[in-house]
Write a protein that binds this ligand. Structure first.
Ligand SMILES: *Cc1c(COP(=O)(O)O)cnc(C)c1O
Length: 397
């Protein structure tokens, strides 16, 4: 290891285990690389891990969200409530499903919509037909409470669990309080494959609809038509997407899944270490912890209260520490701004968007690296808090 490797702290890291590399090689050499038996096995194993009855593997979480919303068969142009503080892909899924996003403001402490901001956004919009609930950073959102606040039934709610593999609510893995729950296997997510997604549901009819829709709308198990003895016949009864998962991805996912529990333990330990290391810095608000649930710790996002966040980002970068911001509010993007609620109605999101700072968090992070991030933060933040009028400090912001 070079000195730079010891000192620098990358924001994210994609770990592909030796077992996953071997599994990928095995699939590549097998002659069957697209959707097939590995996908079926991954659906079974992932479904068991998150305690879901049905699991449908797809090409991304974005595709999962679109498939779930399409499966609701709402009239074109129906309104769908979504947090303004989420990834743009989730809102694009709403648009591509033929629906219109309605943006909800967030709670300052959790940075997710609360029952109050949900009800307010729904009233302003004159009601919504469906809702996407995000478990931001891995903090389980109170899905049932938000569903009631939106005046919806659980059958019209989709959970965006891109951050929430390993999140628990009242002792159960997230995903049982809505019609469909969408997971991501993107390179930086808690269960990395590179690309990929899964949608889980307890409703076999919804699962069957999404299974067809993920592969051109062709009748179920269309992939089998190239197997020996498979039939070439198929039917199409609805417009489908090309959003199937490949056996190559699934084989990697199956191997990675065997490490997930250990990775989640490590994420928890790292979050605890950040909490201890940053507890004495009043300049930071540390991430909220769920009252009765398990945080998946996809992100460790602090809020910078007394100093310019972007200056601090630069100071951390100069020290070799990678950071990110989750997220730029959707209403700050020209495309969504033109389509959605007026910006002055999303004030808390505007405020926290200037404060949020995601620190490095991934299972390969060492205790020493976490301590270094805490030390560098203390150096820059303590100076400002103790001597707010020091001219040298002021000139840096
Ligand atoms: C990553 C992410 C997505 C999209 O996941 P993909 O698998 O890349 O499509 C959706 N929502 C949130 C909150 C995300 O962070």
């Amino acid at each position: 290891m070079t000195v730079l490797d010891v000192e620098s702290v990358p924001f994210a890291h994609t770990e592909i285990t030796p077992g996953a590399v071997a599994a990928a090689t095995r699939v590549l050499q097998s002659g069957w690389v697209t959707t097939g038996p590995e996908v079926l096995a991954f659906e079974r194993e992932f479904g068991a891990w998150v305690e879901a009855e049905q699991a449908v593997a797809v090409s991304s979480c974005t595709a999962a969200l679109e498939l779930a919303l399409r499966a609701f068969a709402l009239p074109v142009g129906s309104r769908v409530l979504i947090s303004t503080l989420t990834f743009c892909g989730a809102a694009h899924a709403v648009v591509h499903a033929g629906l219109v996003p309605v943006l909800a403001d967030v709670d300052e402490r959790t940075q997710m919509p609360s029952a109050r901001t949900t009800a307010e956004a729904c009233t302003r919009a004159g009601g919504v037909a469906a809702m996407v609930v995000v478990h931001l950073g891995g903090h389980p959102a109170p899905v049932a409470e938000l569903t009631a606040a939106a005046g919806l039934r659980a059958e019209r709610v989709v959970e965006d669990a891109a951050h929430a593999v390993g999140s628990y609510d009242h002792g159960r893995h997230v995903g049982s309080a809505s019609a469909a729950t969408c997971f991501s296997f993107y390179a930086t997510k808690n269960l990395p494959i590179g690309e990929g997604g899964m949608v889980t549901t307890a409703d076999p009819d919804l699962a069957a609809t999404m299974r067809r829709a993920r592969l051109h709308g062709m009748s179920s198990d269309a992939w089998r038509r190239y197997l020996p003895g498979g039939s070439w016949r198929y039917s199409v009864e609805a417009p489908g997407l090309k959003a199937n998962m490949t056996d190559l991805q699934a084989a990697i996912g199956r191997e990675q899944l065997t490490h997930l529990a250990a990775w989640q333990n490590r994420r928890r330990a790292l979050a605890d270490r950040y909490d201890r290391g940053l507890a004495e810095l009043p300049a930071l608000a540390l991430p909220a912890r769920p009252a009765d649930g398990g945080h998946a710790w996809h992100l460790y996002a602090v809020r910078v209260l007394t100093q310019d966040r972007d200056v601090l980002v630069g100071q951390l970068a100069a020290a070799g520490i990678g950071t990110s911001v989750h997220f730029i509010p959707l209403h700050h993007m020209p495309y969504f701004r033109a389509m959605c609620a007026a910006p002055e109605e999303l004030r808390t999101a505007d405020l926290v968007a200037t404060q949020l700072l995601s620190l490095p968090l991934h299972p390969a992070l060492t205790d020493r690296q976490v301590d270094r991030v805490c030390d560098v933060l203390a150096t820059h933040l303590a100076a400002r808090v103790v001597a707010p009028s020091t001219p040298i400090q002021r000139s840096t912001s």
